[in-house]
Design a binder for this molecule. Structure first.
Ligand SMILES: Cc1cc2nc3c(=O)[nH]c(=O)nc-3n(C[C@H](O)[C@H](O)[C@H](O)COP(=O)(O)OP(=O)(O)OC[C@H]3O[C@@H](n4cnc5c(N)ncnc54)[C@H](O)[C@@H]3O)c2cc1C
Length: 369
């Protein structure tokens, strides 16, 4: 998704763009995602991401309009807000803390009681004591969005080169000349690596993008007569309604390498948490199960921008927020390439930060020897 959106943005700015993928594009993390658009931080480690998430959220309506118009297909965008349910006995204190945190970050959040939450979402469990309504959040059908982005990109002149695995960055001294696939070299003035969880596998990329996969298992449910309007969260699960009546439930977070097995343990955990939040889902039909690999970086933050090799940029490591961050990532990469500057301060996300950590470690061990 990230690569496709960058390609579209660059082609729209008048550049000649080729989009390489080793398989049919859009079949990895972006396909497996839940498509929730929430700039709220999931943990203190994710706080530096909030300004980027907010900026991307602000771009979303226009981004959706552009790709829907260019592609002629719907993306299932649902700007209906999300609702975070609180079950604990100390619900009132928890509610105040969450709402204060959101307001401190400039994120809209309204505290509501359990009965008010059930008025909005009648399927919620009676045990829900309170809730936080986040009216500015949304969701999108990520699989539909990818197809819209790819069609829009191609209609804007992007050449799609699928079935072409990239093995290495083509580098001469401090200049990137393009990409290498098998015996073939593809020359380009600018090269952007946006290969998600697989970025570290491209020769020459791992020092900038030490990304590792974080597996997430998901399931898709159908249950007639269970109305869910907004994305619902609890501590253990999120439930995401789609326009066609499906309800997605997710997701596990597992560090097991590149395997994508769906396990009984994973699905049992999700099923138990889903029925705890919405008891009527016990009668739901499981329509599909799947797993995907989130591209996680050592500090869980995305890896964005140019490096110390001229003409080479990275846009990877989007971990749990890549769908949310797609429009802003595309915009930033375009700004780096066409304007040599960005409207947002992105130093925190520089791909050079891992080299600094590596050389600090090397220095520390050299001085202690
Ligand atoms: C279960 C799950 C739930 C998620 N939920 C959300 C959510 O609700 N909201 C949200 O914002 N984010 C969510 N995410 C995260 C989000 O999906 C990712 O951050 C995002 O999709 C990353 O996009 P990407 O384009 O970088 O990677 P990918 O979608 O993985 O794409 C990488 C592409 O690179 C190609 N590729 C890889 N190696 C090579 C190579 N050597 N040569 C050529 N091509 C190559 C692949 O074929 C693929 O097409 C979720 C992820 C998972 C797994």
């Amino acid at each position: 998704m990230i690569g496709g959106a960058i390609a579209l943005e660059l082609a729209s700015a008048g550049l000649n763009v080729g989009l390489f993928d080793r398989q049919e594009p859009g079949r990895e993390a972006s396909w497996a995602s839940a498509g929730i658009l929430s700039p709220a931080p999931e943990s203190p480690a994710m706080l530096p991401l909030v300004p980027l998430g907010k900026a991307s959220m602000a771009l979303y309506p226009a981004f959706i309009q552009t790709v829907e118009e260019l592609s002629g297909s719907s993306t299932g965008f649902r700007p209906k807000g999300t609702l975070q349910a609180i079950v604990s006995r100390s619900a009132r204190e928890e509610l105040n803390t969450i709402v204060a945190l959101h307001h401190g970050l400039g994120l809209p959040a309204e505290p509501i009681s359990g009965p008010e939450a059930r008025e909005l979402e009648p399927a919620l469990a009676a045990e829900v004591e309170a809730a936080v309504l986040r009216p500015a959040e949304a969701s999108v059908d990520n699989r539909a969005l990818i197809q819209s982005i790819l069609q829009s990109a191609q209609r804007s002149g992007v050449k799609l080169i699928s079935g072409t695995p990239i093995d290495a960055i083509w580098r001469e001294g401090t200049r990137c000349l393009g990409l290498i696939s098998g015996a073939e070299k593809f020359a380009s003035q600018f090269t952007v690596i946006a290969t998600g969880s697989f970025s570290a596998g491209i020769s020459g990329a791992s020092i900038y993008a030490p990304v590792r996969p974080a597996k997430g298992q998901m399931l898709s449910l159908r249950c007639e007569g269970v109305p869910i309007e907004r994305v619902l969260w609890s501590e253990n699960i999120y439930l995401v309604p789609r326009n066609d009546g499906r309800i997605l439930a997710g997701a596990t977070v597992e560090y097991l390498g590149f395997e994508k097995t769906v396990t009984l343990g994973g699905i049992s955990k999700l099923s138990a948490a889903a029925t705890e939040l919405v008891p009527a889902l016990k009668d739901a039909r499981i329509e599909e199960t799947w797993a995907g690999l989130r591209p996680d970086s050592p500090d869980h933050l995305p890896i964005l921008g140019p490096v110390d090799v001229e003409g080479l940029l990275f846009a990877t490591g989007h971990f749990r927020s890549g769908v949310l961050l797609t429009p802003i990532t595309a915009k930033l990469v375009r700004e780096w390439i066409t304007e040599k500057n960005t409207t947002l301060d992105c130093r925190r996300f520089s791909p050079l930060r891992f080299q600094a950590i590596a050389s600090a470690h090397a220095g520390a061990s050299a001085s202690s020897d």
